[in-house]
Each structure stands twice: as structure tokens, then as C-alpha cells.
Write a new protein. Structure first.
Length: 287
């Protein structure tokens, strides 16, 4: 049975980046049964003038804290070297990519996350976002046109409102940490938040949560495991997803503890995978 998943996120959200292992494992275990729609909730309209007094040190420390808690590869020097002023341009770019891509913009959103979190790219201008789109295989001219359209602005505005409306889905006893201040007296769900819907059921999972909560929500909403008991090999996972973090390989391939890095370095020694160093970890891709 097909299960809908609204995934509320933002390209500049470090907790969403740290939750990628959970999302990718979900896609493997339930395959095409789970249909993801990305909702760009709008993390930060304006961080302030990069040349002035901004929250850069706090954001630097926050990203390091997320990396420390989750093991995600993150390079927070974006905030001290060339900080972005807002996450809204990247969020609108993700909406434009969704309109122009057959995968709902998933590949482009991933490129934005890696660019911001791992490579310190200042992805808050039309030129930078268009360049990233071209790398992701999207026609640059069509992308630039879509990004500048009123339709994308309106679509992004609807996503921001959706992130606020989903507050009503959070049970009263679970609001702590799941609902945050959105400014102007409004609230929104935290990022990431996943709303599963299917088989007449709805389940919400708010925040960076264990995979088991996603798995249980998908089952309640009618999904069945695609290939129970068989995790893909590292080579199979890399062929499917392309570049992966160590944590993603561990989650998708069921290689807990030191097994994932041990297997990856063994494959690297055989020239089968290429490691890419990030300040707090590694990215891996097939050689």
C-alpha cells in the first residue's frame, strides 16, 4: 500500500542533515511504498548582515553540537568564513527543483545540504543556486526562470504555512521540542517533521528521532517491508544513493558500531570507494 510522507525541512537545517540516515533507511526498507513530498518550512528569513554582529558563533557551536550528538559530517566554518544571510533562497530553490525534476527535487535538496553542511558553500544567491542546479542535472536556464517566478514564491509561502498548520497534528502531551516559535506570535513544527498518511491513519514524528519511530509510523499507515531481513551491501547502497555519509551506510546496510567504517576503509584500500574528508566526519562514493 502506498503511504504518503510529508517531510517538513529546510536545506540549512543541521538536524535534518543528521536525519538523512533515517530517511534513507526508510526508503530502502519500504522502497516505493513511501512517497515523499518535501515541505520547505523556512528556517531563517534573515540572519543579519554578514559584515555585522550576527548569530554566527552560536550557529557555529550549534552545528558542532549536532555533529557531536549524531556523528554527522558537518563543517561549521561556513558561519565564520562566508555565512549565508538566509535559508529562504535555498528553500525556494528546492521548490523550483521539485517542479523541474522527476524525483521531486530530492537530488537537488541533497546537493544543497552537502554544499552547506560539508563544503561551506554560500548558497543564498541566484547564481550559486543555479550553479548547484546545473551540477544536479537540471537545466540552468529553466531553473533560473522558475526560481524568479511568482509561482515559486507562492509555493514556498504555502509550505511555510503548512509547517505552521501541522502544529495541530502534534498531540498535546508531545509538544515540548516538537513545536517551536516561528515569530510574530506564530508557531511551527520543528525540523525535520514527518507526517505519515495511509490506510485511514495519520502519524506524526517530530524532530530528530530514532528510526524505529519512523518505521512504526509507516507500518501503522499501511506500509509493508519491501525485502524484510535483507540489507543492501555497501556497493549496492552507493549505487542507489550516490554519495553517502558513514552514518547512512551504517543505517542502510545494517552495519552498526565500527562495522560501517571498517568496511568502508577496506573498500577504500581496494580503490572501490572514494572518501571525502569533512571536518567532523566523512562522505563516501563509489570509485
Amino acid at each position: 500500500m502506498s503511504v504518503g510522507l510529508e517531510y517538513v525541512t529546510d536545506p540549512g537545517c543541521s538536524w535534518s542533515w543528521a536525519s538523512e540516515p533515517t530517511l534513507r533507511r526508510l526508503l530502502v526498507e519500504f522502497d516505493a511504498q513511501v512517497r515523499i513530498t518535501y515541505v520547505m518550512g523556512g528556517l531563517a528569513r534573515d540572519y543579519g548582515d554578514p559584515g555585522g554582529d550576527g548569530p554566527w558563533r552560536a550557529l557555529f557551536d550549534h552545528w558542532l553540537d549536532v555533529a557531536d550528538q549524531t556523528g554527522a559530517p558537518i563543517d561549521p566554518r561556513l558561519w565564520t568564513e562566508n555565512p549565508i544571510r538566509s535559508t529562504y533562497p535555498a528553500a525556494m530553490a528546492a521548490k523550483a527543483a521539485a517542479e523541474l525534476s522527476t524525483d521531486g527535487g530530492a537530488r537537488y535538496l541533497r546537493a544543497l545540504r552537502e554544499g552547506l553542511m560539508c563544503r561551506r558553500r554560500k548558497l543564498d544567491t541566484v547564481d550559486a543556486l543555479t550553479e548547484e542546479a546545473a551540477r544536479a542535472g537540471i537545466d540552468a536556464g529553466a531553473f533560473r526562470s522558475a526560481l524568479g517566478s511568482s509561482a515559486i514564491v507562492e509555493a514556498f509561502g504555502e509550505d511555510v504555512e503548512r509547517a505552521r498548520a501541522l502544529v495541530a497534528e502534534v498531540p498535546a502531551g508531545e509538544r515540548d521540542g516538537a513545536v517551536v516559535d516561528a515569530g510574530g506570535g506564530r508557531e511551527r513544527v520543528t525540523f525535520p517533521t514527518a507526517l505519515f498518511e495511509g490506510a485511514g491513519e495519520r502519524r506524526i514524528v517530530a524532530g530528530h528521532r530514532p528510526y524505529e519511530e519512523y518505521h512504526a509510523a509507516a507500518l501503522v499507515c499501511g506500509a509493508t517491508e519491501a525485502d524484510a531481513g535483507r540489507a543492501p551491501t555497501v556497493a549496492e547502497a552507493l549505487r542507489r544513493f550516490g554519495r553517502m555519509t558513514t552514518g547512512e551506510v551504517a543505517a542502510v546496510c545494517d552495519l552498526p558500531g565500527p562495522r560501517a567504517p571498517a568496511e568502508l576503509w577496506r573498500m577504500a584500500a581496494e580503490w572501490r570507494v572514494r572518501p571525502e574528508r569533512v571536518l567532523t566526519g566523512w562522505l563516501w562514493e563509489a570509485a
